[in-house]
Design a protein around this ligand. Structure first.
Ligand SMILES: [Ca+2]
Length: 475
């Protein structure tokens, strides 16, 4: 795989700065009294070809319906890996302004969002919102000031690192360097081992909706699912509908996408049930492109997660809201993940002009009304530490290769796929023999992966990933 050296993509020569001032205004529409509830659903490593409306072989009826009734964003860009994308979502700044342009933050790395930059939830809380995050953080935790609850969220329930096990919540940063990574606010959340994370996070999101009075305060909920990142461990009930897929990794990955669909169905059901829906904005977005080595697909886009080809940075996204003025359409406006900061602060009636150096634009008129996007260009990255690749050498960096080998091992990828077919066929035969399982996550009594939990329990390093104070090292 080649990583292109061209990290700066210029879509037009017009000055972005001259346009920027246009987008520092709030959406003060006559007749709209209350700021909307904002539900942002972020998935992990979901590729361009990994949703039903791009690929009918992937079963996502809920996502397809929400997108069809809303606005599908077909010219939307993210970053190629987790931490940079998430940092841009929460700060509205390119990662060249946060120091997070090099790679992900690894568990032992003393790094996080800069302390001098404000965040999206901080601005929304200032505008009167109740702010909650559920799911994957991956923006550093080496000191308390880095934690979600210190970055604008009233509450947090989820994991602080990446590649966490979906059942045991074990997270490793090398052999023998493992810990338990499930946290509630600033404490370790013991006692959830064996519960599938997509189910667990969905239940927590529903609980937040149930306990919040929509008439009292607007709500910002960031549901950051770890699905569909590796390890590929979907509940078996979701695998069977894909049993005709020859590639085993693809089959498991597709099943995990279906769990995401189920999660979103349950969250949107709760939004209606508890009185949020009519004044809500639901945003669905991936954090980066898929990894084809582990079952994902970005077809017809070239490249993969970790690269700046379109397959790495052109993201899946849609907006669903009764507040959209022009619904049921596809938007080809140029949008970027940094744009959510000023857009959502504007929707909230907040003031993003208080946030100096924003790289995002307020793109709500482009999304809601089909107006021209104020964005003319995207700076994908500038990385002074990037080393040009010699001709003929592999393009991926050492860290990328490490991650690839790790994720490939986790996914038990079978190359060629038929090598795994016999074993998988046996498993499926057993699955077919079982009575039909209810497919609603909320109704599912899922059997925990005892072997994974047991393995972690016997590991000598089973300790919570506590907030640590370590010596700073250059990152
Ligand atoms: Ca990711």
């Amino acid at each position: 795989m080649q990583t292109p050296l061209i990290l700066l993509s210029v879509f037009c020569c017009l000055s972005a700065q001259s346009k920027r001032n246009q987008n520092r205004t709030n959406h003060e529409e006559p007749g709209r009294r209350k700021p909307p509830h904002i539900i942002f659903i972020l998935t992990d490593d979901q590729g361009f070809n990994d949703i039903g409306y791009h690929n009918p072989s992937i079963r996502t009826p809920t996502l397809d319906k929400l997108a069809a009734e809303g606005v599908t964003l077909e010219n939307y860009y993210v970053q190629p890996i987790c931490t940079p994308s998430r940092s841009q979502l929460l700060t509205g700044r390119y990662q060249i302004h946060t120091g997070l342009q090099h790679s992900i933050i690894r568990p032992r790395q003393p790094s996080c969002l800069p302390s001098h930059l404000d965040t999206l939830p901080e601005r929304l809380r200032e505008a009167g919102y109740s702010t909650h995050m559920v799911g994957k953080w991956h923006l550093g935790f080496y000191r308390k000031a880095c934690l979600p609850t210190r970055k604008g969220f009233d509450s947090f329930f989820g994991s602080l690192t990446g590649s966490v096990d979906y059942y045991s919540y074990g997270s490793c940063d090398g052999p023998g360097l493992c810990g338990y990574d499930l946290h509630e606010d600033e404490a370790v959340a013991w006692g959830h081992e064996g519960k599938y994370s997509t189910l667990l996070f969905t239940q927590r999101a529903r609980k937040i909706l149930q306990n919040h009075d929509p008439a009292e305060r607007p709500l910002f909920l960031l549901l950051s699912l770890q699905a569909v990142h590796t390890p590929l461990t979907p509940p078996k009930a979701y695998i069977y509908p894909y049993h005709t897929m020859a590639n085993v990794a693809r089959r498991k990955y597709a099943a995990m996408v279906s769990t995401v669909d189920e999660s979103v169905r349950n969250v949107t059901y709760a939004l209606r049930k508890y009185g949020f829906y009519k004044n809500s904005v639901i945003i669905f977005s991936t954090d980066n492109g898929a990894q084809p080595f582990t079952g994902g697909s970005n077809w017809p886009l070239r490249g993969r997660k970790g690269t700046y080809w379109e397959g790495g940075v052109r993201g899946l996204a849609f907006v669903h809201s009764p507040l959209l003025r022009r619904r049921r359409r596809v938007s080809r406006a140029l949008l970027h993940i940094t744009d959510w900061f000023p857009t959502l602060v504007g929707l909230a009636g907040g003031d993003s002009s208080k946030s100096p150096g924003l790289d995002g634009f307020d793109v709500w008129p482009a999304i809601s009304e089909g107006k021209e996007s104020p964005r003319q260009e995207i700076l994908h990255n500038i990385n002074p530490l990037h080393k040009p690749t010699a001709p003929g050498a592999k393009g991926a960096s050492e860290e990328e290769e490490k991650e690839d080998s790790q994720t490939a091992a986790e996914a038990e990828v079978c190359i060629p796929a038929k090598d795994c077919e016999e074993t998988e066929s046996q498993k499926e035969t057993q699955a077919k023999a079982r009575p039909e399982t209810k497919t609603r996550i909320q109704d599912q009594n899922q059997s925990p992966r005892r072997e994974s939990t047991a393995a972690l329990q016997t590991a000598p390093h089973r300790v919570p990933l506590q907030v640590q104070t370590q010596a700073r090292v250059p990152v």
